[in-house]
Design a protein around this ligand. Structure first.
Ligand SMILES: NC(=O)c1ccc[n+]([C@@H]2O[C@H](COP(=O)([O-])OP(=O)(O)OC[C@H]3O[C@@H](n4cnc5c(N)ncnc54)[C@H](O)[C@@H]3O)[C@@H](O)[C@H]2O)c1
Length: 254
């Protein structure tokens, strides 16, 4: 028996990085994945990759998950097509960085919108569907949500991800009586298209953090998605409200 057999999983941002990995892996575990992305070509590539190995992945693009109306339409359509939803996986985000005396109000608002509001909008739209038969919300936070770093001015990014971690706890409290679980995964540095430029030319302070990772490598999308499969599955039926850090142990260093 595959671990997500028969479940309908909605995943935002399946066109690349961890979202693509999640779509392929959830489908391989028996879920019917409905994805969305801003990038139509990238989403189609993911669907084609899944089809080539017999995975059930469909989706819509362009859909901006940071637009409350657009994401609600995507969720309602998916629920109608599949008779409900079991998993909402909030993966997509877009970052804007800037030191506190340099970041513009526009960039701050954009980052909060595309990293925190984006999660709220999807949860808000999916809540009635999840309530109908219980379900799981998987939010992607970040280790940035619980610390500052030297190598990147991540004010808005860190604040937004802190919000995602805390929102997950509140969703767990409010969702529990309805059979809804809410979990957060906070990755450390993961090699994806969004971080390729850093892998190719890492600032010394970032390199130093990698050198101190106990498991001696940066993360790959599969590291995060393996945790997501477990948390989204019935094996995690009594786990809710957690923030699971997936970072090769980098966070435990003093
Ligand atoms: N890569 C890392 O090191 C790292 C670390 C911690 C947390 N994260 C988080 O993991 C998640 C995935 O990151 P990634 O590195 O795989 O990103 P990525 O940029 O490689 O892929 C993100 C995908 O989401 C899509 N997307 C972005 N905004 C969207 C929107 N508004 N609506 C629909 N689709 C949208 C993009 O088009 C892209 O296909 C993000 O929430 C990110 O903050 C990443």
């Amino acid at each position: 028996m595959r671990r997500l057999e028969g479940k309908t999983a909605l995943i935002t941002g399946i066109g690349g990085g961890m979202g693509r990995e999640a779509a392929l892996r959830f489908a391989a575990e028996g879920a019917h994945v409905v994805g969305c992305d801003l990038d139509e070509r990238a989403l189609t590539e993911t669907i084609d990759l899944a089809c080539a190995v017999g995975g059930a992945v469909t989706g819509s693009a362009p859909v901006d998950a940071g637009d409350a109306t657009a994401v609600a339409a995507w969720i309602d359509e998916a629920a109608a097509a599949h008779g409900g939803i079991d998993i909402l996986y909030n993966n997509a985000s877009i970052q804007r960085f800037g030191a506190i005396d340099e970041i513009s109000v526009e960039d701050w608002d954009f980052a909060i919108g595309m990293e925190l509001n984006i999660v709220f909008y999807a949860v808000r739209a999916a809540w009635k569907h999840l309530k109908a038969r219980g379900g799981v919300i998987v939010n992607i936070g970040s280790i940035a949500g619980t610390r500052g770093v030297e190598f990147m001015p991540q004010n808005a990014h860190g604040a937004a991800k802190a919000g995602v971690i805390n929102l997950t706890q509140q969703l767990a409290v409010e969702g529990g009586p309805h059979g809804i679980r809410a979990v957060c995964i906070s990755p450390g540095f993961i090699q994806t298209p969004a971080t390729t430029f850093l892998v190719e030319d890492p600032p010394p302070a970032l390199r130093a953090t990698w050198d101190r990772i106990p498991l001696r490598r940066v993360g790959q999308p599969a590291d995060v998605v393996s945790a997501a499969v477990f948390l989204a599955s019935d094996e995690a039926a009594w786990i809710t409200g957690v923030n699971l850090v997936v970072d090769g142990g980098g966070s435990v260093l003093g």
